[in-house]
Design a protein around this ligand. Structure first.
Ligand code: ZN
Ligand code: ZN
Length: 341
């Protein structure tokens, strides 16, 4: 089968034929229908230090997908799954965070920050291939009312669901800093959950235009024409950029809330006294999705039919054209980019 392989510990990937995988005990085999490219995959492609520390080549990369189940190898004492039993023919997606289920953090119900976590498409083979195997315990059975393409973006959408839900935005003024796909999704979730006003911020005119097209934002802004200091009840920091984080601290109201989601490349310094003490703000950090609580919330929102993603999914490429898809991702002139094996 064709797959996108991190073959060597170096920048770039190989798009090549590899043997079809066989599901081990406790795994399902799926025919991948759509796989979507994540910002993380750019870092993996470029072989940033984080990628080098987490990936042992050769590994099939990619972690966002929808696939049709071909085979279930439940084995003995099959683990409980998201939605009861999974059968051939089901349309499934995958939670990226493969939890152990045994550590204290897991036992406390925080599976998404498991102490022994493995990552799908990073610490083991993932979704950029014609066929993939997924651990049963991280397989999510999709509701067939959700469009197939949208099923493939639930993992990043779920990030936004977890971030916005944790903050609580009903009736509040909300600023979303960073309008990549997850930032755009944060606008959608804030709209769905009844925010009073939603402003999006990005320094790329393309991304601001995309945000306007989705209809999820009341207005958009760039950091250079931004004047709303101390104005927002909730600031969702989705950019991970130094400038974005600084803007979040300036824009949040005294006693307001910042949600930290975007991951900076380097350490970030903060004026502790000016922001954390004098403004008495709350900072919430968000990593991935609550398993399976966030997926259920995501599902409810998607089956409601109230969210239209056609402006957000901007590109589709055959799997063989992965290099071209990656070029578009790196240009930043895109929303969500899908691969079709
Ligand atoms: Zn992702
Ligand atoms: Zn664990």
């Amino acid at each position: 089968m064709l797959a996108v392989l991190k073959e060597h510990p170096a920048p770039g990937v190989s798009v090549k034929e590899v043997p079809e995988p066989k599901p081990k005990e406790g795994e399902v085999l799926v025919k991948v229908k759509y796989a979507s490219i994540c910002g993380t995959d750019i870092g993996i492609y470029d072989w940033i230090p984080w990628a080098a520390a987490h990936i042992k080549p050769p590994t099939i990369i990619g972690h966002e997908l929808v696939g049709e189940v071909l085979e279930v190898n439940a084995g003995q004492g099959s683990p409980s799954t998201s939605s009861g039993s999974i059968r051939p023919g089901d349309l499934v997606s995958s939670e990226t965070h493969i939890f152990c289920g045994n550590c204290l953090t897991c036992k406390e119900g925080n599976l998404h920050v498991c102490e022994n976590m493995k990552l799908f498409g990073i610490g083991r083979d993932g979704s950029f291939a014609e066929y993939a195997t997924i651990p049963l315990k991280t397989t999510w059975k999709n509701d067939r009312r959700i469009p197939l393409e949208v099923m493939s973006i639930q993992e990043p959408f779920g990030n936004a669901v977890h971030a916005v839900t944790k903050a609580g935005v009903q009736g509040k003024r909300v600023l979303v800093v960073g309008l990549g796909p997850t930032g755009l999704c944060a606008g959608a979730v804030a709209r769905f959950q009844g925010a009073h006003e939603i402003v999006g911020m990005n320094n790329s005119a393309y991304r601001r235009g995309l945000a306007e097209k989705t209809g999820w934002f009341d207005r958009v802004s760039s950091t250079s024409d931004f004047e709303d200091r101390d104005a927002y009840d909730v600031v969702l920091e989705m950019s991970g950029s130094r400038l974005g984080i600084q803007t979040a601290f300036d824009a949040v109201r005294p006693a307001g809330t910042i949600v930290a989601f975007g991951i900076p490349k380097d350490e970030i310094s903060v004026d502790w006294g000016k922001y954390l003490i004098n403004k008495e703000i709350t900072i919430l950090s968000v990593f991935g999705r609550k398993i399976w609580e966030t997926w259920h919330t995501t599902n409810e929102m998607l089956v409601s039919g109230k969210l239209d993603f056609h402006n957000m999914i901007t590109h589709r490429f055959p799997l063989k054209d992965f290099e071209e898809a990656m070029r578009v991702m790196k240009s930043g002139e895109c929303g969500k980019v899908l691969l079709v094996p």
